[in-house]
Design a protein around this ligand. Structure first.
Ligand code: XMP
Length: 317
């Protein structure tokens, strides 16, 4: 019978036999799958696993540093790459969601390839692919698939010519979480909501500027922290704030102001294919709205998305 412990034991043994003294590079995203894959590989081959964590400037507030810290805490051999400016430059002026996704995918490949080249004599690419990704192999979801579908003609980047090792490719998400738990991993990493590879770039409708990212990060952090402190974070499948390029009127003393709108989204779902909006308590929504409007400069209105999927997708772009 399948148990997390038996899976861990047999997988580590298989990885040791397969990889020997070979080196592996693996891109960490902060998400559950890549993190559990990294810890398993780390148990099997130790410092021969070279992890790369890219700051694309589109992560949640303070996420880059806190995730990097927790990976280092786990003893992983990890290199953080601050590539914010490269992503912002590539995104400047782009408004079409698919163009934004492509630009992010392209820059990610360049940045990752540069970082992978710094590891001498690497022969494997580790990936956190799980079973549903294997079935849905043409999907555009997830960094690895993003790399495949968004890669331009003109030859594969070198890291994509590496042999691939995917220790989780027979598991479903809940099994991955159980494995992570049995490995003693941080519940904060294991319980994390899904977060799209293009990050906040698809939660800012229209063009991206560092200023908009900053505003959205602040609003999103207030939202997520409140979900956590109210004890509802773990009951929600995915939540996030969206920056709308819409200005509406507000009053400040005698003045009328035009400022932007933040939309809050929270859904219940099993797999992201269908989703229902969460009936968050009104008093919690009121608290979040007040905190955002009082603290985030540039926002004077907060709305809550009460649409279910289908037809409304979880993300707004
Ligand atoms: P939608 O918006 O299609 O999202 O209902 C379903 C799930 O997929 C995530 N998502 C993405 N993940 N790259 C990703 O890695 C993407 O381009 C992307 N678009 C949507 C979304 O966050 C949700 O979990």
């Amino acid at each position: 019978d399948w148990t997390p412990d038996s899976f861990i034991e047999s997988t580590i043994a298989e990885l040791k036999a397969k990889l020997g003294d070979d080196k592996v590079v693996l891109g960490l995203s902060g998400g559950v799958d890549s993190s559990v894959a990294a810890v398993l590989l780390h148990h099997a081959i130790g410092a021969n696993l070279h992890c790369i964590f890219v700051d694309n400037g589109l992560l949640r507030k303070d996420e880059y540093q806190s995730v990097l810290d927790s990976y280092q805490h786990m003893g992983l051999n990890i290199k953080g790459v601050d590539a914010k400016q490269r992503f912002y430059d590539a995104l400047a002026g782009l408004t079409d969601p698919e163009k934004k996704r492509k630009a992010i995918g392209r820059v990610f490949i360049e940045v990752f390839d540069d970082a992978a080249h710094e590891v001498q004599g690497v022969s494997w690419l580790g990936q956190g692919t799980i079973y549903p990704d294997v079935i849905e192999s043409v999907s555009v979801k997830g960094p690895s698939a993003t790399i495949k579908s968004h890669h331009n003609v003109g030859g594969l980047p070198d890291f994509m010519k590496l042999k691939i090792v995917e220790p989780l490719n027979t598991l479903f998400k809940d099994e991955v979480r159980r494995v992570g738990k049995a490995l003693g991993m941080d519940p904060n990493i294991l319980g994390r909501h899904p977060f799209p590879g293009p990050g906040l770039a698809i939660r800012i409708l229209g063009d991206i500027t560092p200023e908009k990212v900053d505003i959205l990060q602040q609003a999103d952090a207030i939202y997520i922290n409140n979900l956590r402190s109210a004890g509802v974070y773990d009951k929600v499948w995915q939540a996030g704030a969206i920056y709308l390029p819409v200005q509406s009127v507000g009053v400040m003393g005698d003045e009328r102001t035009y400022e932007n709108v933040i939309c809050l989204r929270a859904v219940e779902s099993l797999d992201g294919m269908t989703a229902d909006w969460c009936h968050l308590p009104y008093d919690l929504l009121a608290k979040i709205s007040n905190e955002i409007i009082n603290n985030v400069k540039g926002i004077n209105r907060v709305v809550y998305d009460i649409s279910s999927k289908p037809p409304a997708t979880i993300e707004w772009e």
